[in-house]
Design a protein around this ligand. Structure first.
Ligand code: SIN
Ligand code: FE2
Length: 217
């Protein structure tokens, strides 16, 4: 294989990029509800503000996050897990707004995973310069359900790796309103995000925000 095969070269009108038997990028899929997502995320953040969680190793995560839904993903000295209560407030996480769960269900169905009902939505905020290193999503109880990942705000490069950390990763540009769905054989693919380039997005400002929907419980 030559290096060029790892740089995606989509034609301008392309709306769907197949990333594997169980994985697809749906370009602009969230565009019709983008304004509603902005409103809903603002409301969630008023209830459960952005925070920088500690890694199990004791470092501060550079990505800020919060959650909505019955379960929220947290990280601290005890490890990674899903919990029903926001540790910062002692209150349940904000409920998953209908517009968000509908978007996740529709995107999953479009990718071939009908009937996806998420119970967790992790919301990550990347300031320019922030990255997310290669990892697998494996804290969920049921690995049969797919992951639905919605990109908002600044563009970034998604790293789409293999089943082993050392496998070469495809570099996929992700823009505002793009949705990536991965499940089935691709559910445990390593993935990450390269440092987000500087910029200013009309709606989201100097940030990339990612919503990751999961069936966690
Ligand atoms: C994640 O892997 O949890 C987030 C991926 C992304 O920000 O696109
Ligand atoms: Fe992930």
């Amino acid at each position: 294989m030559t290096a060029d095969l790892f740089d995606t070269d989509e034609s301008p009108g392309e709306s769907r990029l197949v990333l594997g038997t169980g994985a697809v990028l749906l370009r602009g899929f969230a565009r019709p509800v983008a304004a509603a997502l902005h409103e809903q995320v603002a409301a969630i953040v008023r209830q459960a503000p952005w925070r920088h969680m500690a890694t199990p190793g004791g470092r501060r995560m550079s990505v800020a996050n919060t959650n909505c839904g019955a379960l929220g993903w947290v990280s601290d000295a005890r490890g990674y897990r899903y919990v029903p209560v926001d540790p910062s407030s002692g209150e349940p996480w904000p409920t998953l707004p209908a517009v968000l769960s509908a978007l996740a269900g529709d995107a999953a169905a479009e990718a071939g995973f009908a009937g996806f009902v998420p119970d967790a939505c992790l919301i990550n905020r990347y300031a320019p310069g922030t990255r997310l290193s290669l990892h697998q999503d494996r804290d969920e109880r049921d690995l049969h359900a797919p992951i639905v990942s919605v990109s908002l705000g600044l563009s970034a490069t998604f790293l789409w790796g293999g089943m082993s950390r050392g496998d070469r990763a495809l570099r996929v540009p992700l823009h505002h309103a793009d949705v990536v769905v991965w499940g089935g054989e691709d559910r445990l693919r390593f993935h990450g995000v390269l440092p987000v380039p500087q910029g200013e997005h009309a709606e989201w400002g100097a940030a990339r925000v990612n919503l990751t929907f999961r069936k966690a419980g």
